[in-house]
Design a binder for this molecule. Structure first.
Ligand code: ADP
Length: 259
């Protein structure tokens, strides 16, 4: 009722999906997709009875196919069947376009692609759908937050000022559209030299932790800048599944802090 009063479109749940968690960032390149993937796998890792799906809503720069080592055609008749790896069904624009072909679309085409990804995919039954959002606070983000009931948003930022500024904008957007911000993840927080073990805060230290305090959202944890995370991501073997016991796997720790 409140939404109708404010003129927002009526929200409709995604068929079969109990809770939608969006992973967002203000800027690109801060590790949002990597975090989304590891969050989905982390959710499953801490409770094997839960079913978790992953939706890549970054139509311009879909990275889930590579991160989840998936390729193939999800189309079946008029529906789309998610492709599955590591037990997680995934859907991405990347499955529907050629690898190197640029996506040169006007806003309306992007919106209809999003509509398809959101409404025409057969997820079966999912406890959680983790949505990897495009960076920023544009049309796609607004339309997703207005059209689907969202349990909460996880915001990823590096400790760097420019990233934090945009992360703050992201948090404000979610507040405006009444999506609870579950918390802030500080990615690439520290680099430890593998030889001398000296620690360097390449992007500054603790910026995201401070921002979380300032804007009154939960701080979900630090993820270090680590060679393994980058290498395993590039191989399509997310760190939560490839080295579940390593110290750099803070993703499961992050999941445990989710409200
Ligand atoms: P975004 O989704 O914000 O654009 P990505 O998740 O694609 O960012 O990450 C950008 C790049 O940084 C990728 O090459 C990824 O492997 C790398 N990366 C992300 N997080 C880390 C980390 N904690 N340590 C090392 N490399 C990382």
């Amino acid at each position: 009722k409140q939404q109708m009063a404010r003129g927002l479109p009526k929200q409709k749940p995604i068929t079969g999906v109990k809770q939608v968690i969006v992973v967002a960032s203000g800027k690109g390149g801060v590790g949002k997709s990597t975090t989304a993937v590891n969050l989905a796998l982390g959710l499953m890792a801490i409770d094997r009875s839960k079913s978790v799906g992953l939706l890549d809503s970054d139509v311009y720069g879909p990275s889930i196919p590579k991160l989840m080592n998936l390729k193939g055609n999800p189309e079946l008749n008029n529906r789309m069947i998610p492709l599955i790896n590591y037990g997680v069904p995934c859907m991405s624009m990347g499955f529907l376009v050629e690898d190197a072909s640029p996506i040169v679309w006007r806003g309306l085409m992007v919106m209809s692609a999003i509509e398809r990804l959101v409404r025409q995919v057969d997820w079966g039954s999912l406890d959680y759908l983790v949505v990897d959002m495009p960076p920023g606070t544009g049309d796609v983000q607004l339309s997703i937050t207005q059209n689907i009931p969202i349990a909460g948003a996880v915001i990823v930022s590096t400790p760097q000022d420019v990233a934090l500024l945009d992360a703050r904008r992201g948090a404000e957007m979610f507040k405006k559209v009444n999506v609870p911000v579950l918390g802030l993840v500080q990615n690439m927080s520290v680099f430890q030299c593998p030889n001398c073990h000296h620690q360097t805060h390449i992007f500054g230290s603790n910026g995201a932790r401070q921002l979380a305090e300032t804007i009154g959202v939960r701080f979900l944890g630090d993820i270090p800048l680590h060679l393994n995370i980058r290498e395993m991501s590039d191989k399509g073997q997310p760190i939560v599944v490839s080295s579940p016991d390593s110290s750099e796997v803070s993703a499961t720790a992050v999941v445990r802090k989710l409200p």
